[in-house]
Design a protein around this ligand. Structure first.
Ligand SMILES: [Zn+2]
Length: 371
């Protein structure tokens, strides 16, 4: 039997969670440098500096990550003297800033603490970095050996983040349960994968239960129980599943919902729509392709209640865009993350069935409003 390692995320959560930074950093060193987005660093700066004051841990500099997670930005950061001289790196911001910090830490062999300032994805808890070309198109997934050493989820800062990013984050997190359960169906369930698939079952319910309230609370900038449940779902639950269901040797972390997103994106048809927004309609396509009408209706109703897309029109797409999207689909990694051979015909029918149901539900909702 081969030996292997599994690394899972550690995290602190709450409006005062940065206070734990010096205690947790003690094992790693005394000098930290922040790498992050400009807005994110401005939001986190005060709380971070307050937390380390008088602790023996110092923040030596705040360095902008460069605006996108590209290898060019990684190179520049690994050459930066402030970064090279630090014992620990604090990656502050959304997915791209944290992903850039991950690759920098991997290259320099330094520990990483992640400080997500928005809840729009699980980047701050995963061992994957999404790398883009300088022109903004997707380049590849960079697989790391470990996720960040610790993740500090400051709900006070996250509650102030733009509501649309949180809304799209819900759409993205919602995909984890149906995607992992489809991708692992029929797979040989070795220990790590079995645990990951079971944990994916904990990703859907909190979103259905608290999603709408959490969105309202985010709109009001209010830290609440509902907001915390959804933030933990988006960042931690899906992150745990990601670490357990993907490695450099296997990938069960996503399926047809992300296949839909990646195909739309590769076909150049994503427009201004957010990742999670497109993925959330991809979930409906997955459920239609897999022929599960009851769940399809349940997820579509939920999407509708949150204003997430339920039909192609909601993404500024139509049936006329399908040939270009279907053309790209088989080249996407997730095309093969299904327990049966996929065909363009099956994918097309799934997309059209999801679209038809979504349109019907919208008409019914409108009629209810008129009545
Ligand atoms: Zn995603």
């Amino acid at each position: 039997m081969k030996s292997y390692d599994v690394f899972l995320p550690c995290y602190s959560v709450g409006p005062d969670c940065y206070r734990a930074v010096p205690r947790i950093a003690r094992r790693f060193g005394t000098k930290a440098v922040v790498i992050g987005g400009k807005t994110a660093m401005a939001k986190a700066r005060g709380a971070l500096l307050d937390a380390v004051e008088g602790s023996g841990l110092s923040v030596t500099d705040f360095v902008w990550y460069g605006g996108n997670s590209t290898y060019e930005n990684v190179e520049a950061l690994t050459e930066n003297p402030a970064v090279r001289g630090a014992d620990i790196i604090f990656g502050v911001g959304g997915g791209r800033a944290v992903d850039t910090s991950k690759v920098v830490c991997d290259r320099l062999g330094k520990p990483l603490f992640a400080f997500p300032t928005i809840a729009s994805n699980c980047a701050s808890c995963t061992a994957i970095a999404v790398i883009y070309h300088q022109d903004g198109t997707l380049q590849e997934y960079y697989t790391l050996k470990t996720p960040p050493d610790h993740t500090f989820i400051h709900t006070g800062i996250i509650a102030q983040a733009p509501e649309t990013l949180f809304w799209a984050g819900i759409g993205d997190a919602l995909s984890k349960e149906p995607e992992v359960l489809l991708a692992t169906r029929g797979a040989e369930m070795f220990h790590t994968l079995l645990v990951g698939a079971q944990l994916s079952r904990a990703c859907g319910a909190p979103l259905f239960e608290y999603g709408l309230q959490a969105l309202r609370d985010c709109r009001a900038g209010k830290v609440s129980f509902a907001l915390e449940q959804v933030v933990l779902d988006i960042i931690v639950s899906t992150g745990l599943v990601s670490n357990l269901t993907s490695s450099s040797e296997y990938y069960y972390n996503s399926s047809l919902a992300h296949c839909f997103y990646n195909s739309v994106s590769l076909a150049g048809k994503a427009g201004a729509h957010l990742h999670g927004e497109i993925v959330s309609f991809g979930i409906l396509c997955l459920l239609a392709c897999d022929n599960r009408p009851e769940e399809l209706e349940k997820y579509a109703e939920f999407n509708l209640s949150l204003g997430l897309p339920v039909c192609l029109g909601d993404l500024d797409l139509s049936a006329e865009d399908l040939p270009a999207i279907l053309e790209k689909a088989p080249s996407v990694t997730e095309w093969k993350c299904v327990p049966y051979p996929m065909t363009r015909e099956r994918f097309k029918n799934g997309i059209l069935r999801a679209d038809a149901l979504g349109q019907k539900l919208k008409v019914q909702a409108k009629a209810r409003l008129i009545l």
